[in-house]
Design a protein around this ligand. Structure first.
Ligand code: RRO
Length: 314
């Protein structure tokens, strides 16, 4: 099967990516998995300055998925462009750089410093993370509101003309299509769906919340149906003409080729693997092999499978 995918001009040899936050800058992962073999390596969201994130404990496992309250730990954009991006370039990785900010101006500043960096040629696109669940406002300022989402995308677009931009959306919104519409109108070329779902767990031995941040983002198998639903809704809105056509990068609980194909059939043109890499860092490569087999069995190329289930509703 032809596995190549064209994400708004970012042409990738295959659709498998890491999910933001799950493999930091890629160095550790690269000991187990050739990051240049991925369609793209997605970095942890980078902000203007260095941040230590929330207090520990900030990860908790549940039987259905994982909770995190990392709180945007990271080196900041200057260290990122000096150390991390040149390393990704040196190993031949295609970098999809995730950026974040506390306000639209911070997003724009991060985008500008990224654009001016020497290793920018390794960047195949930018994922604009307007949906972190672990900031003080729990993502409410950006990805839950069309206006503020649009304000961020507008400023980032100005800084990065011609660079494929993907808005990363939260599943914790009432009308995802409305947010998607605002992001696309403001200059996003595509959408990444979904970020983690707001959740929490209680430690019954101590009778207190498990996470230092109290609430966290739920990832893993529990959110796969949420991702399928979100991708379906937004791709469906593109098919009816309510939204202009734009590539969707699917993410949420993908552990196997079957999971990946489910997101593709709902409308995703690429698939990210996140939580599964914690158990097995080679899982993106395995998911890709399994996806290829499933497409071959069905006589499909990747492009032909995108959104295919929309043609076959009962
Ligand atoms: O750093 C985090 O706590 C975090 C981020 Br930025 C995000 O977008 N999603 C998530 O689950 N955790």
């Amino acid at each position: 099967a032809d596995l190549s995918t064209d994400l708004a001009g970012a042409v990738l040899p295959n659709p498998l990516m890491t999910a933001s936050g799950c493999a930091a800058n890629g160095r550790e992962l690269h000991r187990f998995l050739d990051v240049a073999g991925l369609g793209a390596f997605v970095t942890k969201s980078v902000m203007r300055g260095p941040r230590s994130g929330r207090g520990t404990p900030r990860m908790a496992e549940t039987p259905s998925g994982m909770l995190n309250s990392i709180g945007l730990q990271g080196p900041g954009i200057d260290a990122f462009v000096e150390d991390d991006l040149p390393w990704l370039a040196s190993v031949g990785a295609r970098a999809l750089v995730s950026i974040a900010g506390s306000d639209a101006e911070e997003f724009a500043e991060v985008a500008r410093r990224l654009r001016d960096s020497e290793a920018f040629s390794a960047v195949v696109g930018v994922e604009v993370n307007i949906s972190c669940p672990n900031v003080a406002n729990r993502g409410l300022v950006f990805a839950c509101q069309p206006d503020s989402s649009a304000a961020v995308l507008t400023l980032v677009r100005e800084q990065l003309p011609g660079v494929p931009l993907f808005a990363k959306l939260s599943p914790d919104v009432t009308d995802l299509v409305l947010i998607a519409e605002a992001c696309l109108a403001a200059g996003a070329d595509g959408l990444t769906m979904v970020n983690t779902l707001l959740g929490m767990a209680i430690d019954l031995d101590r009778m207190r919340p498990h996470l230092g941040g109290v609430t966290g983002g739920l990832s893993g198998p529990a959110i796969r149906p949420v991702a399928v639903r979100a991708i379906w809704q937004v791709h469906g809105a593109m098919l009816t003409g309510r939204l202009r056509p734009a590539p969707i990068i699917g993410v949420g609980g993908v552990h196997s080729g079957r999971d990946a194909l489910e997101l593709v059939a709902a409308g995703a043109s690429a698939v990210q693997v996140g939580t599964a890499t914690f158990h097995d860092p080679t899982s993106p490569a395995r998911v890709l092999r399994e996806l290829e087999t499933l497409l071959d069995e069905r006589g499909l190329d990747l492009a032909g499978a995108v959104g295919l289930a929309h043609e076959r509703t009962a």
